[in-house]
Each structure stands twice: as C-alpha cells, then as structure tokens.
Design a protein around this ligand. Structure first.
Ligand code: GAP
Length: 483
C-alpha cells in the first residue's frame, strides 16, 4: 500500500473502468444524479442480492415488498414529510447560490473557491426551511388537486401495505417487511460524489414487534438491553431495546460478510435531543470514507409512530390481532435503513489499494487492486489464453469461458501480456484468473511437473499465488468463495 485511498483516484477509477458515470454527461451533467456503468451495475446487483438474501430469503420472519414510487399524497401528510421533511437553507444575496445551512462552513464559495460560503464576506439570508420532496402531478392536469411526490424513502410504502401483507402472508409478530427501491430527495447541496445524491436507492426493513406492555402482559417480564446479553437467539420476552440491539448486531454481521469489518466501520448513538420526532433511539452505522466518517445506515426504534399516524389519517386502526391474548394493538417498529449507493461507494473505497511494482522492463509502476469481497465483485473470473495467435489455446480458453459463465460472471481477455491482463482484472476486483497455456493442451511428458495435461493456472488476486488446477475442478475451486 503506497498511500491511503483518495477520492480523486477512486472517482477516476470508477469512470475509467465503467463503475460510475455522471448522469447526462454529454449534456454537461446533472448535479446529484449518477449512472452506473457495466461494472457498477453488476456491483450494485450483487450488493442488492446479498442484502435481500440476508434480510428475507434466509429468514422465516421477514417478507419482501416492491411498491410503487408514486403513492397517494396523503401518505406523506400522515408521515409528516409534507410538513417537516425540510433542511435549513441560506441564499447568498450576491451570487444567488443556495446552500444547506449546516454545510456552509465546508462548501467552497462558487465565486471565491479559496473561501467557504460561511467565510466569504457576502451577505446571506437567514436560514429558512426547504422541503426536500420532489413534486409532480398525476394525470393530464397540473393543479393542486393532483400533486404527487416522488417518495423520499421506501419505508412509508411498507407501513401503507402492512395490513395487506399481514393478511396475505399470515405472519405473526414479531415479523418484518423489507424493500429495496429508488428514493428521491431534492438535496440542496448534493456532494461527496454519490454519497449525497438526489436520486438513490434504499434498502429498508420495518420490523414489527410487540409493544413492551403486551410483552409484560403475556410473558410476565420484559427483557431490556444489558451488557453481555446474548443477541443471537431472539426470545419471546424481548422488549424494543433488545430488538434494536439485535438489528444493530445483525447489520454489523452483514457488513462483515461483504468485507466491511470493524476497521472501517463506526457507530453513532444519537443523543435524545438529536432524535427525529418519531424515534425513541437511533444508531447510525458509519463508514470511514476518504472525505470523513459518515452514515451508511440508520437503525431507528420508531415506536408506533407511523402506524398510529396512518390509522389516524385513514380512520381505521392499522392494528394487529394477537391470537394469544385475544387483543388488538398497534405494533412497534425497529427500522434498519441502508443506502445502496453509499454502500457501493463504501465497498469500493474499502477495497481500493495501491501497490508499487516493477514492470517487464524494470520500470517502477503503481498498480491498483480492488480487493472486493468475491461475493460482490462484478466479475468472478478472468479467463485468458496465454497467446492469442495459437488457435488451440484460444479454443480451450473459450470453452472454459462458455462453461464457467453459466455459473458466475466471467471476463474473456486475449489481448496484451498476461501480466497486463492480470493487472486489468486486479483493478476491477476480479478475485480469480485462469490462464490456458501449452501444458494445458500438451501436458509435460517428464520431470517433476509431468502430467499437467488438462490443467490450467488459477491465479488468486489478493495473494497473487498461482496453482495448477484441473479444468473440471475449476467450478468447485471458485464457487465456495462466492457464497
Ligand atoms: N426511512 C428512514 C430513512 O429514510 P434516512 O437516514 O433519511 O432514513 C436512510 O435514510 C439511508 O438512506 C441513509 O443511511 C443513507 O444510506 C441513504 N440516504 C439518505 N439520503 C441519501 C442521499 N441523499 N443520497 C444517498 N443516500 C442517501
């Protein structure tokens, strides 16, 4: 490792290799919007799949939802977004720029970039609220009667469909509904690359639990969080504090499973005065980005706020009938809410490494290696013939490529030296490379390496170690690393 990853290098790699492009770049771009290229699309898909697998497929108590982006506007009145989903904004009276009030001491002044907006001498307005929801209209008329909003979070769709899901899937408390989907916020100052965007994807779970009073009634006591509590086995008498800690623990395990360990994560327990009006507690899981340690996911204990609000607005209790005690009540909620785009950026930052090496002619060069966890790497295996002008090598390499790509993503490459081809795969995080050489098709007749017929070189990205593996054993060698 030569030096810590810088955002400049990461942004350059992402563009050069096709992870992330500026949206509408040929028209000069659009601030706060990003497109994912071929490698970014694969990376995001892998992240989505790992989240979905852990949050619902591997569990018996969580089901999925895929709701529409535009919903009835009253949902956003009930949730409080129409009234309060706002950031404080200031205007510069000279340059007419608009800035988020809590960012002005770190944003450069557009006219004098050596100063920040706060330190530039021009007069600014008093802070005033700016609602972050994007507005649109449904139907052919644009009037106040048909205003709709692009959802600023996926969570509210889960609350709005909670009754339907409950009735159709026969879940019993505690149970959860999870969703992955686009969310939109008209951020005043989008920044730090994809970190704060205006269009982004969320991965959210609303986990419905019994209120503590009901647990006390049915179990006789409520277990609250205490140091050293075993979080691995949920218990019937767990109160909200235990469930909250349980989900912090589960989400930490998830991040570890995709290569984000304690060295790159941190936690922030919000102080009571910092909590959103609906939250009883909230923990932010933070990632150490090159531009600072920032939120990756928030895990909030939301009480019954949302279901109470929707009950009030629709005039029908969004409750649950508890068979055990023959009573109806409104469940409470624990909400782990993560951003997919922030996660994609975090795994790229964590994986980014540089190494000094010497090329074939003895010249020193810096190589980039993206040490992505094999599970989330866009390509799992690069496949190369040693020489492209030897049809027998090319044919065998293509056969291997066609066979392996049915099981996982592979990249076939026959141009340049083998060293260059390895370097190209290292730079995009491909964990394995396979090279077909003369031994593969001719074998070695004598000596200690005799009998290599039908074998290839399998090269490992992180150790750079190479080994001879039988062609028919390649899948078994690679597949375990991907699950
Ligand atoms: N339902 C709760 C909720 O939406 P949030 O903290 O506002 O909570 C949850 O958002 C997650 O969504 C954040 O932790 C972050 O990962 C992601 N997120 C929020 N705003 C974002 C933005 N402007 N750009 C990218 N990701 C964002």
């Amino acid at each position: 490792m030569t030096e810590p990853a810088s955002m400049e290098k990461i942004v350059s790699l992402c563009k050069r290799r096709g992870f992330i492009f500026q949206s509408s770049e040929i028209y000069g771009g659009l601030n706060g919007f990003w497109d994912y290229g071929p490698l970014g699309a694969e990376l995001k898909r892998n992240l989505r799949d790992t989240w979905w697998k852990t949050m619902t497929r591997e569990r018996e108590d969580v089901v999925g939802l895929d709701a529409s982006i535009i919903m009835h506007p009253n949902i956003w009145k009930a949730s409080g977004h129409v009234e309060t989903f706002a950031d404080q904004m200031v205007d510069c009276k000279t340059c007419k720029g608009r800035f988020r009030a809590d960012h002005i001491s770190s944003i450069p002044c557009p006219q004098r970039p050596s100063k920040t907006v706060a330190s530039c001498a021009e007069e600014k307005t008093e802070p005033r609220p700016f609602n972050l929801m994007f507005k649109t209209h449904t139907g052919p008329l644009e009037s106040d009667d048909n205003i709709a909003y692009l959802r600023p979070e996926t969570a509210q769709a889960i609350f709005a469909q909670y009754k339907n899901v409950l009735d159709s899937s026969r879940q019993k408390l505690p149970f959860g509904i999870c969703q992955i989907g686009k969310a939109f916020r008209n951020e005043i100052t989008p920044r730090n690359y994809t970190f704060r965007s205006r269009e982004f994807e969320q991965m959210e779970l609303e986990f419905f639990i019994k209120p503590d009073e009901v647990i006390a009634q049915t179990q006789g006591s409520v277990a609250q969080w205490h140091e050293g509590a075993d979080l691995s086995q949920p218990q019937p008498n767990w109160g909200w504090e235990m469930w909250h800690r349980y989900w912090v623990d589960q989400r930490t395990r998830y991040y570890q499973s995709i290569g984000l360990g304690p060295d790159v994560l941190d936690y922030y327990w919000q102080k009571p005065e910092e909590l959103a009006h609906y939250a009883r507690a909230c923990v932010d899981i933070l990632f150490k980005f090159p531009f600072g340690t920032e939120e990756l996911e928030g895990i909030a204990a939301r009480g019954s706020f949302d279901l109470d609000q929707h009950s009030k607005f629709v005039g029908k209790p969004q409750d649950y009938f508890d068979e055990e005690i023959k009573q109806r009540y409104i469940p409470h909620v624990i909400e782990p809410s993560a951003g997919l785009d922030r996660l994609a950026l975090a795994v790229i930052c964590a994986a980014f490494h540089e190494e000094e090496s010497t090329d074939d002619k003895g010249k020193k060069e810096i190589k980039t290696i993206l040490r992505l966890h094999p599970k989330i790497a866009p390509y799992k295996c690069g496949i190369f013939p040693l020489l492209k002008n030897k049809p027998e090598l090319v044919e065998q390499a293509q056969n291997i490529y066609r066979r392996l790509k049915k099981q996982f993503t592979c990249f076939y490459d026959e141009s340049g030296s083998i060293g260059k081809r390895y370097a190209r795969q290292d730079e995009i995080g491909t964990p394995f490379c396979v090279t077909v050489d003369f031994e593969t098709i001719e074998g070695i007749k004598e000596g200690p390496q005799a009998g290599l017929l039908g074998t290839v070189t399998l090269r490992h990205r992180d150790s750079t170690q190479q080994e001879r593996v039988k062609i028919e054993e390649l899948d078994q060698r690679i597949l375990p690393a991907l699950s």
